[in-house]
Ligand binder design. Structure first.
Ligand code: ADE
Ligand code: ZN
Length: 338
Protein backbone atom coordinates (compact mmCIF):
# COMPACT_ATOMS: atom_id res chain seq x y z
CA UNK A 1 0.00 0.00 0.00
CA UNK A 2 1.33 3.53 -0.76
CA UNK A 3 2.54 5.37 2.32
CA UNK A 4 3.58 9.08 2.14
CA UNK A 5 5.84 8.92 5.23
CA UNK A 6 7.67 5.95 3.78
CA UNK A 7 8.03 7.71 0.42
CA UNK A 8 9.50 10.74 2.19
CA UNK A 9 12.01 8.50 3.99
CA UNK A 10 13.00 6.84 0.70
CA UNK A 11 13.39 10.24 -0.96
CA UNK A 12 15.71 11.68 1.70
CA UNK A 13 17.88 8.64 2.49
CA UNK A 14 21.40 8.81 1.07
CA UNK A 15 21.98 5.68 -1.01
CA UNK A 16 24.39 3.98 -3.41
CA UNK A 17 23.39 2.44 -6.71
CA UNK A 18 25.42 -0.70 -7.47
CA UNK A 19 23.62 -2.16 -10.49
CA UNK A 20 23.08 0.29 -13.31
CA UNK A 21 23.91 -0.27 -16.99
CA UNK A 22 24.64 3.20 -18.33
CA UNK A 23 23.37 2.18 -21.79
CA UNK A 24 20.11 1.18 -20.10
CA UNK A 25 19.58 4.77 -18.95
CA UNK A 26 19.08 5.91 -22.57
CA UNK A 27 15.64 7.54 -22.44
CA UNK A 28 13.54 7.55 -25.64
CA UNK A 29 13.87 11.36 -25.89
CA UNK A 30 17.66 11.09 -25.93
CA UNK A 31 17.48 8.13 -28.32
CA UNK A 32 15.70 10.40 -30.78
CA UNK A 33 17.96 13.39 -30.16
CA UNK A 34 21.14 11.34 -30.70
CA UNK A 35 19.71 9.56 -33.73
CA UNK A 36 19.09 13.01 -35.28
CA UNK A 37 22.48 14.39 -34.23
CA UNK A 38 24.35 11.40 -35.68
CA UNK A 39 22.14 10.63 -38.69
CA UNK A 40 21.36 7.13 -37.41
CA UNK A 41 18.09 5.57 -38.61
CA UNK A 42 15.87 4.09 -35.90
CA UNK A 43 12.79 1.94 -36.52
CA UNK A 44 10.43 4.21 -34.54
CA UNK A 45 8.38 7.27 -35.57
CA UNK A 46 7.86 8.79 -32.11
CA UNK A 47 8.83 8.63 -28.44
CA UNK A 48 5.41 7.07 -27.75
CA UNK A 49 6.10 4.34 -30.30
CA UNK A 50 9.42 3.60 -28.61
CA UNK A 51 7.78 3.34 -25.18
CA UNK A 52 5.10 1.04 -26.62
CA UNK A 53 7.85 -1.27 -27.90
CA UNK A 54 9.19 -1.68 -24.36
CA UNK A 55 7.04 -4.67 -23.57
CA UNK A 56 9.19 -7.70 -22.88
CA UNK A 57 8.50 -11.39 -22.22
CA UNK A 58 12.02 -12.25 -21.07
CA UNK A 59 15.62 -11.03 -20.86
CA UNK A 60 16.44 -11.75 -24.52
CA UNK A 61 13.44 -9.74 -25.76
CA UNK A 62 14.80 -6.75 -23.87
CA UNK A 63 18.43 -7.29 -24.89
CA UNK A 64 17.47 -7.26 -28.60
CA UNK A 65 16.04 -3.73 -28.20
CA UNK A 66 18.79 -2.61 -25.79
CA UNK A 67 21.57 -3.46 -28.27
CA UNK A 68 19.59 -1.77 -31.09
CA UNK A 69 19.25 1.40 -28.99
CA UNK A 70 23.02 1.60 -28.47
CA UNK A 71 23.48 2.29 -32.20
CA UNK A 72 22.80 6.00 -31.62
CA UNK A 73 25.81 6.29 -29.25
CA UNK A 74 28.65 7.34 -31.53
CA UNK A 75 30.80 10.12 -30.09
CA UNK A 76 32.52 10.86 -26.80
CA UNK A 77 29.97 13.66 -26.27
CA UNK A 78 27.10 11.14 -26.68
CA UNK A 79 28.50 9.02 -23.85
CA UNK A 80 29.03 12.14 -21.75
CA UNK A 81 25.43 13.31 -22.32
CA UNK A 82 24.03 9.87 -21.52
CA UNK A 83 26.00 9.58 -18.28
CA UNK A 84 25.32 13.17 -17.22
CA UNK A 85 21.56 12.71 -17.66
CA UNK A 86 21.71 9.61 -15.43
CA UNK A 87 23.71 11.45 -12.75
CA UNK A 88 21.19 14.30 -12.65
CA UNK A 89 18.41 11.78 -12.01
CA UNK A 90 20.52 9.96 -9.45
CA UNK A 91 21.23 13.22 -7.60
CA UNK A 92 17.49 13.96 -7.50
CA UNK A 93 17.01 10.53 -5.84
CA UNK A 94 19.69 11.31 -3.24
CA UNK A 95 22.18 8.81 -4.64
CA UNK A 96 25.61 9.67 -3.19
CA UNK A 97 27.71 6.93 -4.82
CA UNK A 98 27.32 4.99 -8.10
CA UNK A 99 29.01 1.87 -9.42
CA UNK A 100 27.98 1.79 -13.04
CA UNK A 101 28.37 -0.84 -15.72
CA UNK A 102 29.20 -0.26 -19.33
CA UNK A 103 29.32 -2.77 -22.19
CA UNK A 104 32.46 -2.02 -24.25
CA UNK A 105 31.76 -4.87 -26.67
CA UNK A 106 28.35 -3.36 -27.50
CA UNK A 107 30.29 -0.40 -28.88
CA UNK A 108 33.52 -1.80 -30.29
CA UNK A 109 31.60 -4.31 -32.41
CA UNK A 110 29.85 -1.30 -34.05
CA UNK A 111 33.17 0.43 -34.76
CA UNK A 112 33.05 2.82 -31.78
CA UNK A 113 36.43 2.81 -30.02
CA UNK A 114 36.77 1.53 -26.45
CA UNK A 115 38.40 4.89 -25.54
CA UNK A 116 35.45 6.87 -26.95
CA UNK A 117 32.95 5.19 -24.65
CA UNK A 118 35.32 5.18 -21.66
CA UNK A 119 36.31 8.85 -22.00
CA UNK A 120 32.76 10.17 -22.37
CA UNK A 121 31.44 8.16 -19.44
CA UNK A 122 34.42 9.02 -17.25
CA UNK A 123 34.30 12.75 -18.07
CA UNK A 124 30.67 12.86 -16.88
CA UNK A 125 31.46 10.81 -13.75
CA UNK A 126 34.30 13.18 -12.85
CA UNK A 127 32.09 16.22 -13.47
CA UNK A 128 29.36 14.61 -11.36
CA UNK A 129 31.80 14.04 -8.51
CA UNK A 130 33.11 17.62 -8.70
CA UNK A 131 29.73 19.29 -9.20
CA UNK A 132 27.25 17.07 -7.37
CA UNK A 133 29.50 15.19 -4.94
CA UNK A 134 28.48 11.79 -6.33
CA UNK A 135 31.46 9.44 -6.03
CA UNK A 136 31.82 6.56 -8.47
CA UNK A 137 33.38 3.32 -9.58
CA UNK A 138 33.30 2.14 -13.19
CA UNK A 139 32.79 -1.54 -14.05
CA UNK A 140 33.17 -2.92 -17.56
CA UNK A 141 31.06 -5.96 -18.36
CA UNK A 142 31.87 -8.84 -20.66
CA UNK A 143 28.97 -9.91 -22.87
CA UNK A 144 28.45 -13.55 -21.95
CA UNK A 145 26.80 -14.51 -25.26
CA UNK A 146 30.20 -13.85 -26.87
CA UNK A 147 33.27 -16.05 -26.40
CA UNK A 148 35.83 -15.95 -23.62
CA UNK A 149 38.47 -15.08 -26.26
CA UNK A 150 36.45 -11.95 -27.07
CA UNK A 151 36.28 -11.11 -23.37
CA UNK A 152 40.07 -11.55 -23.18
CA UNK A 153 40.49 -9.16 -26.13
CA UNK A 154 38.28 -6.63 -24.30
CA UNK A 155 40.40 -6.95 -21.16
CA UNK A 156 43.49 -6.38 -23.36
CA UNK A 157 41.91 -3.15 -24.62
CA UNK A 158 41.38 -2.03 -21.04
CA UNK A 159 45.04 -2.60 -20.04
CA UNK A 160 46.23 0.96 -20.81
CA UNK A 161 43.29 2.33 -18.77
CA UNK A 162 43.38 0.27 -15.58
CA UNK A 163 43.69 3.42 -13.49
CA UNK A 164 40.26 4.45 -14.84
CA UNK A 165 38.35 1.14 -14.57
CA UNK A 166 37.68 -0.39 -11.19
CA UNK A 167 36.07 -3.71 -11.92
CA UNK A 168 34.70 -6.26 -14.36
CA UNK A 169 31.23 -7.75 -14.55
CA UNK A 170 29.37 -10.30 -16.66
CA UNK A 171 26.06 -9.54 -18.35
CA UNK A 172 23.80 -10.27 -21.37
CA UNK A 173 21.98 -13.56 -22.16
CA UNK A 174 22.41 -15.75 -19.09
CA UNK A 175 20.95 -19.18 -19.82
CA UNK A 176 23.43 -21.33 -21.77
CA UNK A 177 26.35 -19.05 -20.85
CA UNK A 178 27.43 -20.14 -17.36
CA UNK A 179 30.08 -18.28 -15.35
CA UNK A 180 32.45 -21.26 -15.88
CA UNK A 181 32.82 -20.10 -19.51
CA UNK A 182 34.72 -17.03 -18.24
CA UNK A 183 36.89 -18.54 -15.53
CA UNK A 184 40.26 -17.65 -17.07
CA UNK A 185 39.46 -14.06 -18.00
CA UNK A 186 38.07 -13.39 -14.52
CA UNK A 187 41.21 -14.88 -12.95
CA UNK A 188 43.31 -12.49 -15.05
CA UNK A 189 41.08 -9.54 -14.09
CA UNK A 190 41.54 -10.40 -10.40
CA UNK A 191 45.31 -10.70 -10.84
CA UNK A 192 45.26 -7.21 -12.37
CA UNK A 193 43.68 -5.93 -9.15
CA UNK A 194 40.20 -5.37 -10.54
CA UNK A 195 37.03 -5.91 -8.52
CA UNK A 196 34.79 -8.69 -9.84
CA UNK A 197 31.04 -9.15 -9.95
CA UNK A 198 28.66 -11.11 -12.20
CA UNK A 199 24.99 -11.34 -13.12
CA UNK A 200 23.77 -14.71 -11.89
CA UNK A 201 20.43 -16.25 -10.98
CA UNK A 202 18.36 -13.70 -12.91
CA UNK A 203 17.05 -16.35 -15.32
CA UNK A 204 19.83 -18.89 -14.80
CA UNK A 205 19.75 -21.66 -12.17
CA UNK A 206 21.27 -21.55 -8.65
CA UNK A 207 24.30 -23.45 -10.02
CA UNK A 208 25.28 -20.30 -11.94
CA UNK A 209 25.33 -18.33 -8.67
CA UNK A 210 27.51 -21.03 -7.13
CA UNK A 211 29.85 -20.98 -10.14
CA UNK A 212 30.12 -17.19 -9.95
CA UNK A 213 31.16 -17.48 -6.30
CA UNK A 214 33.43 -20.53 -6.55
CA UNK A 215 34.93 -20.22 -10.03
CA UNK A 216 34.91 -16.47 -10.70
CA UNK A 217 35.36 -15.56 -7.01
CA UNK A 218 33.01 -12.60 -7.37
CA UNK A 219 32.59 -10.07 -4.58
CA UNK A 220 28.90 -9.46 -5.37
CA UNK A 221 26.09 -11.23 -7.18
CA UNK A 222 24.01 -9.12 -9.57
CA UNK A 223 20.35 -10.16 -9.17
CA UNK A 224 20.71 -13.55 -7.44
CA UNK A 225 16.94 -14.24 -7.36
CA UNK A 226 17.21 -17.94 -8.07
CA UNK A 227 19.80 -18.50 -5.33
CA UNK A 228 16.79 -18.74 -3.00
CA UNK A 229 15.93 -22.12 -4.57
CA UNK A 230 19.00 -23.71 -2.92
CA UNK A 231 19.16 -23.65 0.93
CA UNK A 232 22.85 -24.57 1.03
CA UNK A 233 23.65 -21.70 -1.32
CA UNK A 234 21.56 -19.31 0.81
CA UNK A 235 23.59 -20.43 3.82
CA UNK A 236 26.83 -19.73 1.95
CA UNK A 237 25.63 -16.24 0.86
CA UNK A 238 24.52 -15.40 4.40
CA UNK A 239 27.69 -16.75 6.04
CA UNK A 240 29.96 -14.76 3.70
CA UNK A 241 27.79 -11.62 3.73
CA UNK A 242 27.66 -11.51 -0.08
CA UNK A 243 25.86 -8.45 -1.43
CA UNK A 244 23.02 -9.12 -3.89
CA UNK A 245 22.07 -6.29 -6.26
CA UNK A 246 18.33 -6.85 -6.72
CA UNK A 247 16.40 -4.90 -9.39
CA UNK A 248 12.64 -5.05 -8.62
CA UNK A 249 11.15 -3.18 -11.60
CA UNK A 250 13.55 -4.97 -13.97
CA UNK A 251 12.43 -8.32 -12.53
CA UNK A 252 8.81 -7.37 -13.12
CA UNK A 253 9.30 -6.05 -16.67
CA UNK A 254 11.44 -9.04 -17.73
CA UNK A 255 8.91 -11.50 -16.25
CA UNK A 256 11.45 -12.87 -13.75
CA UNK A 257 8.56 -12.33 -11.30
CA UNK A 258 4.83 -12.10 -12.07
CA UNK A 259 4.05 -9.48 -9.41
CA UNK A 260 6.14 -7.16 -7.24
CA UNK A 261 4.73 -9.03 -4.24
CA UNK A 262 6.92 -11.91 -5.43
CA UNK A 263 10.11 -9.83 -5.28
CA UNK A 264 12.82 -11.79 -3.44
CA UNK A 265 13.74 -8.74 -1.33
CA UNK A 266 11.65 -9.61 1.73
CA UNK A 267 12.80 -13.24 1.80
CA UNK A 268 16.42 -12.17 1.35
CA UNK A 269 16.18 -9.77 4.29
CA UNK A 270 14.44 -12.40 6.42
CA UNK A 271 17.21 -14.87 5.59
CA UNK A 272 19.89 -12.39 6.63
CA UNK A 273 21.12 -11.80 3.08
CA UNK A 274 22.63 -8.45 2.04
CA UNK A 275 20.03 -7.33 -0.51
CA UNK A 276 20.24 -3.93 -2.19
CA UNK A 277 17.78 -2.06 -4.44
CA UNK A 278 18.83 -0.96 -7.92
CA UNK A 279 17.34 0.16 -11.23
CA UNK A 280 19.34 -1.96 -13.77
CA UNK A 281 18.13 -0.30 -17.01
CA UNK A 282 15.78 2.46 -15.78
CA UNK A 283 14.89 3.94 -19.18
CA UNK A 284 13.49 0.55 -20.21
CA UNK A 285 11.93 -0.65 -16.97
CA UNK A 286 9.92 2.36 -15.84
CA UNK A 287 11.83 3.84 -12.94
CA UNK A 288 15.05 5.02 -11.32
CA UNK A 289 16.26 3.91 -7.89
CA UNK A 290 13.67 5.66 -5.71
CA UNK A 291 10.84 4.35 -7.89
CA UNK A 292 12.28 0.87 -7.31
CA UNK A 293 12.42 1.45 -3.55
CA UNK A 294 8.83 2.77 -3.49
CA UNK A 295 7.47 -0.06 -5.63
CA UNK A 296 9.01 -2.80 -3.54
CA UNK A 297 8.27 -1.05 -0.22
CA UNK A 298 4.58 -0.75 -1.19
CA UNK A 299 4.29 -4.32 -2.49
CA UNK A 300 6.09 -5.90 0.48
CA UNK A 301 5.00 -3.34 3.09
CA UNK A 302 8.62 -2.81 4.12
CA UNK A 303 9.24 -1.26 7.54
CA UNK A 304 11.37 1.81 8.19
CA UNK A 305 14.09 -0.46 9.60
CA UNK A 306 14.05 -2.64 6.45
CA UNK A 307 14.30 0.38 4.12
CA UNK A 308 17.20 1.78 6.13
CA UNK A 309 18.85 -1.66 6.07
CA UNK A 310 18.58 -1.82 2.27
CA UNK A 311 20.19 1.63 1.93
CA UNK A 312 22.89 0.69 4.44
CA UNK A 313 23.60 -2.52 2.49
CA UNK A 314 24.19 -0.43 -0.63
CA UNK A 315 27.12 1.41 0.96
CA UNK A 316 28.42 -1.63 2.86
CA UNK A 317 28.42 -3.70 -0.37
CA UNK A 318 30.12 -1.03 -2.47
CA UNK A 319 33.76 -0.93 -3.50
CA UNK A 320 34.35 2.18 -1.35
CA UNK A 321 36.99 2.20 1.41
CA UNK A 322 35.86 1.22 4.91
CA UNK A 323 36.23 4.85 6.05
CA UNK A 324 33.99 6.13 3.23
CA UNK A 325 31.43 3.38 3.90
CA UNK A 326 31.31 4.36 7.57
CA UNK A 327 30.87 8.06 6.71
CA UNK A 328 27.96 7.35 4.34
CA UNK A 329 26.30 4.98 6.81
CA UNK A 330 26.53 7.60 9.59
CA UNK A 331 24.92 10.15 7.21
CA UNK A 332 22.12 7.78 6.31
CA UNK A 333 21.37 6.95 9.95
CA UNK A 334 21.17 10.69 10.68
CA UNK A 335 18.81 11.18 7.70
CA UNK A 336 16.67 8.22 8.84
CA UNK A 337 16.31 9.70 12.34
CA UNK A 338 15.00 13.08 11.10
N1 ADE B 1 22.36 -6.02 -19.74
C1 ADE B 1 21.64 -4.95 -19.40
N2 ADE B 1 20.71 -5.29 -18.50
C2 ADE B 1 20.86 -6.61 -18.24
C3 ADE B 1 20.20 -7.54 -17.39
N3 ADE B 1 19.17 -7.19 -16.60
N4 ADE B 1 20.62 -8.82 -17.40
C4 ADE B 1 21.64 -9.18 -18.18
N5 ADE B 1 22.28 -8.35 -19.00
C5 ADE B 1 21.91 -7.07 -19.02
ZN1 ZN C 1 21.88 -5.85 -15.01
Amino acid sequence: MPNPDRDALIARLPKAELHLHIEGSLEPEMLFALAGRNGVAIPFASVEEVRAAYSFSNLQDFLDIYYQGMAVLQTEQDFFDLTWAYLERAAADHVRHVEIFFDPQGHTERGVAFETALSGIERALKAGEAGMGITYRLIMCFLRHLSEAEAEATLDQALPHLDRIHGVGLDSSEVGHPPSKFQRVFARARELGLHVTAHAGEEGPPEYVREALDLLQVERIDHGNRALEDPALVHHLARDGVTLTVCPLSNLRLCVIDRLEDSPVRRMLDLGLKATINSDDPAYFGGYINANFRAVADALDLSVAEIVQLAENSFAGSFLTDADKARHIADLRAAAAL
